[in-house]
Structure formats: structure tokens, C-alpha cells
Design a protein around this ligand. Sequence first.
Ligand code: NAP
Length: 282
Amino acid sequence: MADQKWLTTSAGLKMPCIIYGTAWKKERTADLVSKALQAGFRGIDTACQPKHYDERLVGVALQRMKDQGIERGALYLQTKFTPLSGQDAGQVPYDKSSSLELQVAQSFETSTKNLQTAYVDGLLLHSPLASHELTMKAWNAMEKIHKTGGARQLGISNCYDMGVIMALYADARVKPAVVQNRFYLETGYDADLRHWCSTRGVIYQSFWSLTANPRILASDTVLNLAQKYKKTEAQIFFRYLNHSGIVPLTGTCSEQHMKEDLNIFDFELSSEELNDVTLLLN
Ligand SMILES: NC(=O)c1ccc[n+]([C@@H]2O[C@H](COP(=O)([O-])OP(=O)(O)OC[C@H]3O[C@@H](n4cnc5c(N)ncnc54)[C@H](OP(=O)(O)O)[C@@H]3O)[C@@H](O)[C@H]2O)c1
């Protein structure tokens, strides 16, 4: 089994350098999450958003693996509060007529029931709300959960506007420890945002890292590196992301790819090679 590498976040938590994502797995969720944990993943990302995630089956996998000796304390478990705009009207996991504060509290209660855990390591706001005031209302409700020990750190996702994250950071009592964003050309790969995050110790997690970047994966640069280090193109790109201070998510359904995605910590890209890949982001 490949060794999982860890880093320490600004909140003092240990977070794996690659995280297993649980979206779109439907009834296969429990089996795939179990396989990912058996393969060596120790970071799990989910959301209280039935449209895309079966959070309850993530909890089933966690129980199953606990019986096999993988304890809750050995994991970094992260879930999200998804505002109403991101939910399917027919399956909202909280009372949509409640206040935003109560929606956050109810969503979190559902998450802890689903995941069969008293606390999560990370609680993310799935996206900013329509105004700073509303975003802060949701954030303040998440801070209450943090204060009572329900969430060990907080973060935000789908936040591409520097003004939004800076205003949140300025007004938050509990500062965001994580930003989870789509890593793609349309946002210039969040270059400014990532720089801002790095100066404040905010961990940038990427999704769509492979799916949005077939051009990079098929480039001569990446192909040559794959040949040199005897790795796949995906492994080279995940390692590049790690070297760049990014924690990628992978939601692979293939056991082979699970092993490969974890097997990226036994080689180092040189600074010149990192620069060559960075040039592909333009
Ligand atoms: N915050 C948000 O709004 C948001 C949005 C989207 C996703 N996410 C999170 O991010 C996670 C990952 O989602 P994603 O959008 O990045 O995509 P993904 O579900 O990880 O899919 C990536 C694709 O890459 C392939 N792949 C993975 N490892 C590979 C490897 N070593 N070699 C070749 N192909 C490989 C997978 O195919 P195989 O299955 O065949 O390996 C799959 O087709 C989600 O599960 C979710 O937790 C969050």
C-alpha cells in the first residue's frame, strides 16, 4: 500500500496531500470509498448535497472500515453545507423555509448522522451566497459549529472572486483554512487567488484537475516527464500540483487509478521541470 503524505493546515490539522472525492458514485459510494480507504487514502471529501453525493453511503463505508481497523481518528473527513441554490428542489437535506442559520445547523446535523461521526475535520461552504451579508450569515453559523467542536476547521468552495474571499477572510472570526476550486484555464488556474492563499496559509484544494486539462496531460512536457519518472501522465500532474502547494481531489472509480493516484510521493520534480509544466497553464 502506498504511503499517504500529509501536511498541516493553519488550523493545526493534518490533511492528506491527495484526497478521495465521493461525488457521482450513487449506489457504488460505499464500495468505492471502502476500496479507496483500503488502497491507502485517508482524506475523504463529501457534501450534504444528495443531488451529487450519497453522504449516507460514505458513512456506511467509514463504519465498515472501522470494523477493519481504520479508525475515524486516522482520517481527514470533510463535508460541505450546500446553499439552497445548489440543491435539487425535490431533495433538500434541510428545511428550506428555515433561516439560513438554521439551514446550516440542520445540514450539519444531517451530515453527522449520515457520516456516523460526532465531528468533521473540515466543513466547507459549498459556494458563496448572493451577497457578502448572506455569505457571512452562513459562515457565522458554521463558526458556531466550529466553536462547539463539530468542525475542526472551515473552508469555502467555488470561490473564484478575490474580493469575495478577501471580504470573508477580513470579517471571519474563524478564518478559512481551505479553498476548494475547479482547476481550469477559464479562471487562469486561480493564479492570483492561489498566491493570496499561500501568503495566508490557506490550503488550495483542486477538483477537475484531470478532466479539465487533457491538453496539459497530452503535452510533450508531461509525456516526457512520465517517461523519465516511469509514471503516468496523471501521476506527473498530481505530483506537479502537490509541488505547487495544491491538494488535488481524485474521485477515481478504478482500483488501479486509486493506487496510482497515491503512488506519487516517491519522486521529485526539479524546479526547472515545475516551471516547464507551469508554462502550460497559460
Ligand atoms: N466543490 C465542488 O463544487 C466540487 C465539484 C466537483 C468535484 N468536487 C470534488 O472533487 C472530487 C473529484 O472530482 P473531479 O471533478 O476532480 O473528477 P473525478 O471524479 O476525480 O474524475 C476524474 C477523471 O479522471 C480519471 N482518473 C482519475 N485518476 C486517474 C489516473 N490515475 N489516470 C487516469 N485517469 C484518472 C477518472 O477516471 P477513472 O474513474 O476511470 O479513474 C475520471 O474520469 C469529487 O468527487 C468531489 O469530491 C467538488
